[in-house]
Design a protein around this ligand. Sequence first.
Ligand code: CA2
Length: 145
Amino acid sequence: MNKIIILNGPNLNLLGEREKNQYGDFTLKDVEKNCTDYAAKNNIKLTLFQSNVEGELVNEIQNSRNNHDGLIINAGGYTHTSVAIHDALKILKIPIIELHISNIYNREDFRHKSLISKAAKGVICGFGINGYIMSLKAMNKFLEK
Ligand code: CA2
């Protein structure tokens, strides 16, 4: 069984409440349920974590180095600013997938730069919340022996 963690960063707890044109009208609870259902059918032991606090995300990334086989992260706005999250991800030896709901490259210039990408094995962005299932599928593929 592959042990995979999905981390969601700041403001993603408000999914479905505002900016529906950008992020859709599904809530984080809906997204998490989809992922949990997919995991149950696809040999994945799934951990889900969301925080608006940078240091809490760093702690969870550090803890995952001994507890998980793969990490998927939508770092939200910290994607574009956080050296601390970049550094924590760099410590890990497990595969990392960077995930975004929206296509960050067709949005404002400040979203075009990601500090997460340097640490990620792959990036999935612009596929809406389907990106979460796509990431789990891709991670299972990365983890195939
Ligand atoms: O497209 C993504 O998944 C993002 O990581 C989402 C971040 C944004 O800062 C990144 O540039 C791209 C923001 C998440 C904000 O989520 C909201 C949800 C509902 C209402 C308002 C914001």
